[in-house]
Ligand binder design. Structure first.
Ligand SMILES: Nc1ncnc2c1ncn2[C@@H]1O[C@H](COP(=O)(O)OP(=O)(O)O)[C@@H](O)[C@H]1O
Ligand code: SF4
Ligand SMILES: [Mg+2]
Length: 374
């Protein structure tokens, strides 16, 4: 059995190329030549600013979207050719966890029905009683109780709803789960608990996880490898510890420096300037050159290839070696109060038991006044 469970080869997704004859709508280059290999049992993170193509890539990997060109293989089989029974099997083996646990669950279905529905499709041989037992097991597995099966999604907090979404994803016995920002809609103090649950499940069930996030703190805590995306392309990819300790691409450096606890205020070259250009008119050459503090003339004309140096740490930048030689990586974390509180939660969650937490420290996010069991 190959070590690689999911592979993308030069995958492209351009929106707006089909349909209307002589349409003047610009083509959106959402994903533009992504290649990656995800290994069995690992947690692989995809990070980048909003609009850089993360969700499109996730949908291409899941075959929820068809690529404009390129190929995606799951367990050695091309996913775009899957039809009928093969597609049903694929759907059971690769599951999706959505960003928003508020809108992804049908409010008119009980939790038992929501979690049991995939069983009806993927394990039709189960009797009604066996299905109820399995639903109860799944609920316990995600830290809920069997009696929750009779309730409706609105009766639960955000974190609990995401647990329901995870139980539903687990029901078909998947090998791989893709979570598209699975905790970013949640109260900051609940995020750690859900992240920990995913980590436990991946370890206990041997699941492969692909986690999409813009919060690098989340990625650092849970991922084995990381891919950093910018305007539809991967600009850096490697083991999480290498990418965090020695980011090679100026964009990754900027992302790391934008974590408040990690910023080195005096390092102006570590911050990212301006807005991300539109994916319908990406800059030529290196797509990051309009914002890169290290850009030179060559960057505007010559596209850097994502290539590994002498290790598995890949980067797409003409000058990464010079940059690494002249600029120190962003300073190691000086934890902010919020980061400190979050690390405390991670620790408590890992040790198990009930975590009583305060409500959100982030005033922009909706607070959930709930104490949840881990
Ligand atoms: N169905 C679509 N039609 C046209 N443009 C789309 C569609 N889906 C996504 N896009 C565009 O593709 C780009 C990447 O979007 P997305 O993959 O959602 O990024 P991310 O998840 O990183 O925020 C964005 O500019 C977005 O507006
Ligand atoms: S190739 Fe040039 S513009 Fe692109 S990241 Fe490297 S230095 Fe910056
Ligand atoms: Mg997205």
């Amino acid at each position: 059995m190959s070590d690689v469970i999911l592979e993308a080869r030069d995958v492209v997704k351009h929106f707006g190329t089909g349909g209307r004859f002589l349409s003047r709508a610009p083509v959106v280059q959402a994903v533009d030549g992504v290649s990656l290999q995800i290994r069995r049992g690992e947690t692989f993170a995809i990070v980048g600013e909003s609009g850089c193509g993360k969700s499109t890539l996730a949908r291409l990997l899941m075959r929820l979207l068809t690529p404009t060109s390129g190929s995606v293989q799951f367990d050695g089989r091309e996913v775009s050719g899957a039809r009928g029974e093969a597609l049903k099997t694929l759907r059971g083996q690769m599951q999706f966890i959505f960003q928003d646990p508020f809108s992804s669950l049908n409010p008119r279905m009980t939790v038992g029905k929501l979690v049991g529905e995939p069983l009806e499709i993927h394990a039709p041989e189960l009797s009604a009683q066996a299905r109820r037992d399995r639903v109860a097991d799944l609920l316990r597995q995600v830290g809920l109780r069997a009696e929750h099966a009779g309730r409706y999604p609105h009766e639960f907090s955000g974190g609990q709803r995401q647990r329901i979404g995870i139980a539903r994803a687990l029901a078909s016995g998947p090998k791989l789960i893709i979570g598209d920002e699975p905790v970013s809609a949640l109260d900051v103090s609940v995020q750690a608990q859900v992240i920990n649950l995913l980590g436990d499940l991946s370890r206990d069930l041997g699941l492969t996880l692909v986690i999409i996030a813009h919060d690098l703190g989340v990625i650092r805590h849970m991922s084995d490898r990381v891919a950093v995306m910018y305007l539809g392309r991967i600009v850096e990819m490697g083991r999480a510890e290498d990418v965090f300790a020695e980011p090679r691409h100026p964009y990754t450096r900027a992302l790391l420096a934008s974590i408040p606890a990690m910023a080195a205020p005096e390092d102006h070259k570590a911050t990212v300037r301006g807005e991300m250009p539109s994916p319908s008119a990406p800059p030529p050459g290196c797509r990051f050159h309009t914002r890169c503090p290290f850009a030179e003339a060559r960057c505007a004309s010559e596209t850097p290839v994502l290539s590994t140096g002498d290790d598995a740490h890949a980067v797409a930048c003409h000058f990464w070696r010079d940059i690494a030689a002249q600029a120190a990586p962003p300073t190691p974390p000086r934890r902010s109060a919020e980061a400190e509180a979050r690390f405390e939660l991670y620790r408590a969650a890992t040790e198990g038991g009930t975590v009583t937490h305060k409500t959100a420290t982030d005033p922009q996010k909706q607070t959930t006044k709930t104490t949840e069991r881990i």
